[in-house]
Structure formats: structure tokens, C-alpha cells
Write a protein that binds this ligand. Structure first.
Ligand code: HSE
Length: 298
């Protein structure tokens, strides 16, 4: 009647795949304890780590849980304890981890009536509360694991992609605030055809590279000519971080989700550690506070 779960952080977009590509981190995530209650409904009883609303209707984990029980109509309720390790607004799927975690846990306690796609659908209601739009590119990798591609949101269709075993990610999080809704508002509504062609060629070749373990092709596909040019100005020293990572042999570097975190993909753990040291020096020279970590993708 009680379950404790780990809900991982995720990187959305992965440079070329705005709103469709994402992958799941191994090293960091939130923990949640969910238990059945006699009283119907959803109650959030504990939140540790960061200051977030306790009212179920105002909390992403609560909203996604309400969407699930609104559909399942179980003859019990649930109370949720949230132990947040992922800083809200950091760009590594903090709200999605909460939204996905509560529905995953409740589904387990109900005997798994829903599949992963259905859980993602419920979690999208919570994600929409945080970001103002129902996208699933952080939720899907958190729920399915590894790399995922959101083929469509209506109807929701998620593709699971393979993860080459030597792929590592390093995250650098400058402690500035970027709201997803604002980072979306600055994007153009229309894009030139020639940029669209470059972008879908990169998405296609990245997916092919993941399937064929082709690290060289991964490197050549990790480019974003549509979103990054607009959003990079929101992140101080983004270009310096990127060029220092690429100079020492990273496969690619881009904005994690809507930022401010920056992700760097590398082949091999040692290279990831070298990248981590190199990009640390960029922010060390500024007065911006930051933290970094390196993770496998799982
Ligand atoms: N795809 C989303 C965006 C992820 O970049 O706006 C952040 O929620």
C-alpha cells in the first residue's frame, strides 16, 4: 500500500529535436513516497528540498495524479511525499520528474492498469501547469528510460530509441532563472525552409546514429539552427562553454530543455570528466554560481 520511487532528471530537445527528442539521466532524480489512503483524492503531505505548493491542483505531481484518478476512479485516495533533488527551473526536467513520478507510483499501487504511453498522457497535464504547454519530451524519457522521440502528442505516440553504451552527459547549471514559458515566447512562429531542411536532416541522422552506434555521426548531427540561435542569448557564456567543450573533443553541446542548464555529450566516462573540468573553468572566472555533474544515460 506504499511505494517509494526514484524519478530521474532528463534532457529535452537534444539540440536538433525541439519538443521531440529527450534522454534520461542516471545520476540525479527526485524521490517520492506514495501511499493509499481510505479518503479519496490526492493529498500532498510532505515536500522537501524546494518550496513548492502543497495544494494538489497547484502542484505538478498533484495535477498529473488527479488526471490519472479522474480516469481510473479508484475507491481509495493517495498521499504523496516529494523529496526534490532536481532544482525547479534548472532545465533538466524538474517539473516532469514530479509529474511522471506521481502517476508512475499510483499506477504501481493500482496494479498497473495503464501502460507507459497512458502514464505520459496523464503526466502531460502536470507538465502543462509548469510550462504552459503540453509537451512530452522530458516526460517520455523519464517514464520509458534512455532516448525517446515523441512521434506525436495527439494521439500520443512515443518511440524508444537505442542508447549507445559509451555515451555520457555532463550538465552545467548556471544559477540563473529562465522560465520555460518565456523561453518559448521568444521563438519565431515561422522558420525559413532552408533551416527546416537542415534541422530535419540532423534529427534523422541523429536517430540513425543512435541505431548504428555511430559516434562520429552523432557528433555531426548535434546542431540546432532553429531554437538555439534565439535562446542562447538567455544563457551567459553559453558560447564559451560550448567552444571549450568542443575543443577537447565533446560530441556536442547545447541547451538542456529550455535552459539555463547546458548539456554536453561525450564518448566515454573519462572524456566526460575532462569536459566537466574544462567547462567549470568558464563559469569559475565569472561571479555566476553554478554546479556540474556527469551521468550515464539510462
Ligand atoms: N521542449 C521544451 C522546450 C522543453 O524547449 O521548451 C522544456 O520544457
Amino acid at each position: 500500500n506504499e511505494i517509494k520511487i526514484f524519478s530521474p532528471a532528463t534532457v529535452a530537445n537534444v539540440s536538433c529535436g525541439f519538443d521531440v527528442l529527450g534522454f534520461c539521466l542516471d545520476a540525479i532524480g527526485d524521490e517520492m513516497v506514495v501511499r493509499k489512503t481510505k479518503e479519496k483524492g490526492i493529498k500532498i503531505t510532505k515536500i522537501e528540498g524546494y518550496d513548492l505548493p502543497f495544494e494538489a491542483e497547484k502542484n505538478v505531481a498533484g495535477v498529473s495524479a488527479l488526471a490519472l484518478i479522474g480516469h481510473a476512479n479508484p475507491d481509495c485516495g493517495f498521499e504523496i511525499e516529494i523529496y526534490k533533488n532536481i532544482k525547479p527551473g534548472s532545465g533538466i526536467g524538474s517539473s516532469s520528474a514530479s509529474a511522471a513520478g506521481s502517476v508512475f507510483a499510483i499506477n504501481e499501487l493500482l496494479g498497473k492498469p495503464y501502460n507507459k504511453t497512458q502514464l505520459t498522457n496523464f503526466a502531460m497535464k502536470g507538465e502543462a501547469l509548469a510550462s504552459g504547454s503540453e509537451h512530452a519530451d522530458n516526460l517520455a524519457p523519464g517514464i520509458f528510460g534512455g532516448f525517446t522521440l515523441v512521434k506525436s502528442t495527439v494521439p500520443l505516440e512515443i518511440l524508444e530509441l537505442p542508447t549507445p553504451s559509451q555515451l555520457y552527459v555532463t550538465i552545467i547549471h548556471p544559477q540563473i532563472e529562465i522560465k520555460t514559458s518565456e523561453a518559448r515566447a521568444i521563438l519565431p512562429k515561422e522558420i525559413p525552409l532552408k533551416d527546416a531542411i537542415t534541422q530535419w536532416a540532423n534529427v534523422g541522422s541523429l536517430v540513425h546514429a543512435l541505431h548504428t552506434n555511430d559516434y562520429n555521426l552523432i557528433q555531426r548531427s548535434l546542431q540546432d539552427v532553429i531554437v538555439e540561435p534565439y535562446r542562447k542569448s538567455l544563457i551567459p557564456y553559453f558560447e564559451d562553454v560550448k567552444s571549450s567543450a568542443l575543443k577537447i573533443g565533446a560530441l556536442g553541446c547545447g541547451i538542456s530543455g529550455s535552459g539555463p542548464s547546458i548539456f554536453v555529450l561525450t564518448k566515454g566516462k573519462q572524456k566526460a570528466k575532462d569536459v566537466e573540468e574544462a567547462i567549470k573553468t568558464v563559469y569559475s572566472k565569472t561571479d555566476i554560481e553554478f554546479y556540474t555533474f556527469t551521468s550515464a544515460i539510462n
